[in-house]
Design a protein around this ligand. Sequence first.
Ligand code: AOF
Ligand code: ZN
Length: 341
Amino acid sequence: MNRPDAERDLTLLRRAIALALNSPLPDPNPRVGAVLVSPDGIVVGEGWHHGAGTPHAEIEALRVAGDAARGATAYVSLEPCNHTGRTGPCAVALAEAGVARVVFAQPDPNPTAAGGGDTLREAGIEVAGGLLATEAEAVNRIWTRALRLGRPYVTWKVAATLDGRTSAADGSSQWITSPDARADVHRLRALCDAIVVGTGTALADDPRLTVRDSQGTPAPRQPLRVVLGDRPVPAHAQLRSSEAQTLFLTGHDPAAALAELHRAGIRHVWLEGGATLAAAFLRDGLVDEVVAYLAPALLGAGRPMIGDLGIGTLADALHLDLVDVTRVGPDVRMILAPAGR
Ligand code: AOF
Ligand code: ZN
């Protein structure tokens, strides 16, 4: 019989969490790994999720195990799903394969998919959940935050001079930060699902908002470009190029726009500007992380990096916790999070 052994459980669950790291990032779905172990302690199947629309990790491991899944213990980094989405419920697949015991790490924060643990128990399967949950969550940090918030996780990126200017008095704004900082932006942009700008920025800067390498070659996967606002964006705007998809959302406030993006499977939004749009997100408490590049230069005049936050006195200042400070070429990158989150 499968006699539970606490140490062995942790070792195999750690293996499932390690397998989850093979899953693609970014993706609307979480990264998940699964290991099936026979009653005599032999690994009979392993698998991980290969991205939205493909079989879940448990199904991959069951396929490898075949008949050997009967009586086995399944170790999964996330609670087996309970729903039919792009694929069927893994809780049912595990039960039908004759798995005797399921050990999972993170309980599923996705309300539409949660409940697999209970379904398995009802099928008479022994279930242990929540072991190494913190380790498993770290593999899907942003996805987990987004599902808990019920909206995409929002990173506001800004590049400014030491005095917080994003353009000079004459409007010139290319380039405030160094090529190293810009390469760093492309690396981080590539990890998000959508890049959001306001129509003001779209008109003023005519940005491409694509992910490119140092030679300027676009990456094979491009985040969705999202333009928020009511001002018309001309047909020749670079944002309308075919190199990436673009969604125009008119008449949406930040929360409504995020709700629409969440429904579309967007879990991580990279908010690029401008100052007015960023202020609207901040005022509404919809910024989860700030990535600020500061160039060692002063302008003394020019566009400020953030618009009016409705703050009239120092006591009301919006405080941020400093998460990381890194020198990037001649510039400084600060990662911050609104205090108390
Ligand atoms: C995954 N991979 O290995 C597991 C997931 O749209 P679907 O049908 O692919 O369902 C996605 C949800 O299923 C996901 O949000 C998560 O809650 C659950 N489990 N998802 O993509 C997996 N086990
Ligand atoms: Zn599943």
